[in-house]
Ligand binder design. Structure first.
Ligand SMILES: Cc1cc2nc3c(=O)[nH]c(=O)nc-3n(C[C@H](O)[C@H](O)[C@H](O)COP(=O)(O)OP(=O)(O)OC[C@H]3O[C@@H](n4cnc5c(N)ncnc54)[C@H](O)[C@@H]3O)c2cc1C
Length: 461
């Protein structure tokens, strides 16, 4: 790939960045650069060896420490006389990094560059991105954005080397015969559903009594029940203690309660960690919390004024649309002269389990905590399309669950009365939202009142 012509860098440097690398045995980094509005994105070849990349990043960011003190922290228009190669240099071409660079360049005419890891399907310290080449130069930028995301993390138990994570699970050459999945979050359940669908024998081990911590109790029960009906085996209140491999290659998982054997695969979906190792951020004064997440203010600015961070690396709300929102906000803050906070209210989430579930707004516990007395409306029904199929599926519908239309309604602050006065489309699943007349139960802070209203609700059924 031919090198794109870089704008000539002026002398003073706020942030020296990334690309000085001695060895180029293996092409590693891809740098997309876009110069000025209308010129499009230019791939910029760089080169580094896998071994040198960590050091290279460390060195580059170290340089930025001494130079950023005088960085431009205001959302003021950039000087006509440019002193940097780039207005924004982003580390990480994932959801957040690409969005910030695109918005900065397309909306505000900023000169934006993105640096990415070499391609690999399973992420490591030196591999895992979209791939590319490195040219060994040193670049300067007025602002650096760290958007390196996170990586699966596994507990350090005996035999952990036999265990796969979600990256490796997506890279399996064939279907597992029998798989243990450790974890009760959405990644664990989604993979359990995929492998169950492929007719693997799927065992899910969870530390708690229920899956999907943070979701409503009824949703948690409902998903576990439905997945069990489809053949997934849940082992509850179990923590993994060791994995052993027998001579025939099969794996056993030992927990605090039992040992289950005969697994062709053991997968851990036990959380993710911010990808901040080996970046040298601590050397330049970027604060991180005890989990390695970059600490940022409400504008996603780190403790170093000209270094910003968005997405999973900040461990706020680890979802793609949230990373996109944070990225758009920083582009506006830096280049739009419009300091913009990301808005975390009514962020929806979905789990692509069988059946899929969605959630927006407060859980029942949070609603009770916030408002005291609340009425709960639940609709259990079987969609017409499934009445003849014999599948166990049915949809359970809470006022605070489901689909984009509901998310918009919640965000806009619509009330139950607005739902009640809406004419539904028949025959659709969605009409259930506007036909829930009687509360299934009423939760009251005063427990005597709650007991009474539960009886009332039951008698209204
Ligand atoms: C299995 C799984 C399923 C998910 N499903 C959903 C879902 O259904 N819906 C949803 O909203 N979210 C989902 N998420 C979460 C979502 O993927 C993340 O929240 C989102 O990608 C975060 O964006 P990001 O920009 O912070 O990081 P990422 O998109 O992960 O991008 C980070 C990038 O930085 C690169 N990088 C890392 N280190 C370096 C370095 N040193 N130098 C250069 N580049 C580097 C990486 O290669 C990567 O390309 C899922 C996550 C997983 C793991």
């Amino acid at each position: 790939m031919a090198a794109a012509t870089l704008p000539s860098a002026s002398a003073k440097v706020a942030v020296r960045n990334l690309a000085r690398v001695a060895s180029s045995r293996q092409p590693l980094l891809l740098l997309h650069a876009s110069y000025r509005r209308g010129r499009g994105l230019h791939p910029l070849p760089l080169a580094a060896s896998a071994a040198s990349q960590g050091a290279h990043l460390r060195r580059a960011l170290s340089v930025s420490a001494s130079a950023t003190a005088g960085g431009n922290n205001d959302a003021a228009p950039r000087a006509a006389e440019r002193e940097y190669d780039y207005d924004l240099f982003t580390i990480g071409a994932g959801s957040g990094g690409m969005r910030a660079s695109r918005v900065a360049s397309a909306l505000y005419g900023a000169r934006a560059a993105v640096c990415e890891m070499p391609f690999a399907t399973v992420a490591s310290d030196a591999l895992g991105g979209v791939g590319g080449t490195v040219d060994g130069k040193l670049y300067t930028a007025e602002n650096i954005l760290v958007a390196v995301g996170g990586r699966p993390s596994k507990p350090n138990i005996p035999g952990i080397e036999h265990v796969i994570d979600s990256d490796a699970a997506l890279d399996l050459p064939s279907r597992p015969e029998k798989i243990a999945i450790v974890g009760g979050g959405y990644i664990a359940l989604e993979f359990a559903g995929v492998f169950n669908g492929l007719k693997s024998d799927v065992h899910v081990f969870i530390r708690q009594k229920k899956v999907l911590r943070g979701f409503d109790e009824e949703v948690r029960d409902f998903v576990a029940e439905q997945m069990s009906l489809r053949g997934v085996k849940f082992h509850i209140e179990q923590s993994p203690e060791a994995v052993t491999k027998s001579d025939d290659g099969l794996l056993s998982l030992k927990t605090n309660k039992e040992t289950v054997s005969g697994f062709s695969h053991v997968m851990f979906a036990t959380g993710r960690k911010p990808n901040t190792k080996n970046l040298g951020l601590e050397n330049v004064g970027v604060k991180m919390d005890e989990h390695g997440a970059i600490v940022v203010d409400e504008y996603s600015r780190t403790s170093v004024d000209s270094i910003w961070a968005v997405g999973d690396v900040t461990n706020r709300l680890n979802l793609t649309p949230v990373a996109l929102m944070e990225a758009g906000a920083i582009a506006r803050t830096i280049f739009g002269n419009e300091p913009t906070r990301a808005d975390y209210s009514a962020v929806p989430s979905a789990v692509f389990s069988q059946p899929p579930i969605g959630h927006v707004g407060l859980t029942e516990d949070e609603a009770t905590e916030t408002y005291g007395d609340i009425d709960i409306y639940i609709s259990n029904f079987k969609p017409l399309s499934l009445t003849l199929s014999g599948l166990p599926d049915f949809n359970s519908l809470w006022m605070y669950i489901n689909i984009h239309g509901i998310v918009i309604a919640v965000k806009a602050g619509l009330t139950k009365q607005n739902f009640d006065s809406t004419i539904g489309v028949h025959p659709t699943t969605a009409e259930e939202f506007v036909t829930m007349r009687n509360p299934t139960r009423k939760v009251r802070r005063d427990t005597t009142a709650e007991a009474k209203t539960k009886d009332e609700a039951a008698s209204q059924k």
